[in-house]
Write a protein of this length. Structure first.
Length: 470
């Protein structure tokens, strides 16, 4: 009987692969085969198999257990069977804990293999018949209904498996760039290695080289011992260069070398240090414009602009707003033990018409505030309006989006007509700082912008404060 499922066979012994392929094909399945974990990942990306037969011990940088872990993260619907020797029982047990459906000892009992495959085949056929065709991916914690986000997720899944590929993530503040980068790391073969996030806008210009690359003992007055940089700490894993557009121009040459040669030199060092990392870069700036204004290197832009994911602003995908609201309601009601809460139809209508300048981050923060402050089971339109901040006017922060946002609500009827945009923005920021006793985190929350964006504006406006963190 012919089966519609495709079986991936992974074994580094050619004779074993050949025997398994022959038998599985005879049972009516289509097959693909790989002799290494790395090749298996390529076949998974290209062919999307339904079932995997994995050898526990692979003479490769990616062994059977690691491959199984990656499959569970990136292809949760794929069913895996582990193959192990009699001396590898402990590994087989670990495989079952990681989600393997079954394990078979070598030499293979082909009757048991046939039974396992047929059982899985029937289960998959039943699942396929019961699953809606428009079901969103269950392997990542994203909630959406829009075609724009569907395309983003599809690109992310495809690029995540290419573990050496540098990816540039673009999007306005609050669209979820950091979250997306975290998911790319988790879905990659580097998921068990470090994930290091470097905020390029948070590190003073004179410290960025030592923070990223480290230094040797005696490199400068206070260098009493050698120190690893963040790049070296991430060995084998993933580095996110967050807000790369804020990186000092003079330092960008060294980042270009890191991207092209995968090596760096510590301050005071005499030799380059090779490093095995994947680099992700995220920014809310228009890098093409930054290049034109001589703030970003053209050669670095070309090197980054190979694989790009652009996150749409929330106002560009309004159909996702109610889905995100309900998801956040569920999360925060459980977090604070409030019981189930809903938002009234009138309140949902207000939220649906709002332009969301702070994007998903602003929506999430608002829902959390509503859950905490509302006493009833239904959050009213009045409560929504009371806690929904009036959008700030457009600012100097650049957006990668080219679409025109809906018109913002009036700021205030008392704003002088001759007040400049810059002065108006500074007035909002100073007022927020006064209300929060110079607490930058709270002020940024009031303004519905990120803390990094607030720091950027403070620096631009030459506003110097002592951050009163609580």
């Amino acid at each position: 009987m012919a089966h519609k499922q495709k079986v991936l066979i992974v074994d580094d012994e050619a004779l074993m692969r050949f025997g398994l392929e022959k038998f599985v094909k005879q049972e009516g399945y289509s097959t693909i085969a790989a002799g290494s974990g790395k090749k298996a990942l390529e076949l998974i990306e290209d062919h999307d198999p339904d079932i995997a037969l994995l050898d526990l011990k692979l003479q490769d940088s990616i062994d059977g257990l690691e491959l199984l872990s990656i499959i569970r993260k990136t292809r949760p619907k794929m069913v895996s069977i582990m193959i192990s020797g009699q001396t590898e029982i402990h590994g087989a047990v670990e495989a079952m804990k990681l989600g393997a459906r079954d394990y078979l000892e070598k030499p293979i009992d082909f009757d048991k293999l046939k039974s396992a495959l047929n059982s899985i085949s029937q289960e998959l056929e039943h699942t396929d018949s019961d699953t809606p065709q428009n079901e969103t991916p269950s392997d990542i914690e994203l909630s959406f209904a829009s075609e724009k986000m569907r395309k983003v997720v599809a690109i992310m899944k495809r690029l995540s498996l290419k573990s050496d590929l540098t990816i540039l993530i673009l999007g306005e503040s609050g669209t979820g760039k950091n979250y997306l980068c975290q998911k790319i790391h988790e879905m990659s073969s580097r998921c068990s290695a470090p994930y290091v996030q470097i905020g390029c806008s948070n590190i003073p210009d004179h410290l960025i080289e030592s923070e990223l690359f480290g230094y040797e003992k005696g490199a400068f007055t206070d260098a009493k011992a050698s120190k690893k940089g963040l790049i070296e700490v991430a060995e084998g894993g993933t580095v996110l260069l967050d807000e790369l557009g804020d990186m000092p121009y003079q330092f960008q040459t060294k980042v270009l070398k890191l991207l092209e040669e995968r090596c760096f030199r510590r301050i005071g060092g005499l030799e380059d240090t090779p490093v095995d990392i994947r680099i992700l870069a995220a920014t809310n700036r228009d890098l093409k414009l930054e290049v034109q204004e001589k703030k970003f290197r053209l050669d670095l832009f070309y090197r980054l602009n190979i694989a790009t994911i652009e996150l749409p602003a929330l106002r560009e995908r309004p159909e996702d707003v109610p889905i995100l609201i309900n998801r956040f309601l569920s999360i925060f009601c459980a977090k604070y033990g409030t019981g189930t809460k809903t938002i009234s139809p009138e309140g949902m209508a207000i939220l649906g018409d709002y332009p969301w300048p702070g994007n998903v981050r602003q929506l999430k923060n608002l829902v959390e505030k509503l859950v905490v402050l509302s006493d009833g089971e239904e959050i009213t339109a009045a409560e929504v309006s009371e806690n929904l901040d009036t959008p700030l006017p457009p600012t100097a922060e650049l957006s990668v989006s080219t679409s025109t946002p809906p018109p913002a609500k009036p700021i205030s009827a008392t704003v002088p007509e001759d007040l400049s945009l810059e002065a108006m923005e500074e007035r909002f920021i100073r007022r927020a700082l006064e209300k929060t006793n110079n607490n930058q985190r709270k002020a940024a929350s009031l303004l519905n912008i990120s803390r990094d964006a607030l720091r950027y504006r403070l620096k631009k406006m030459q506003i110097s404060i002592v951050d009163d963190e609580e």
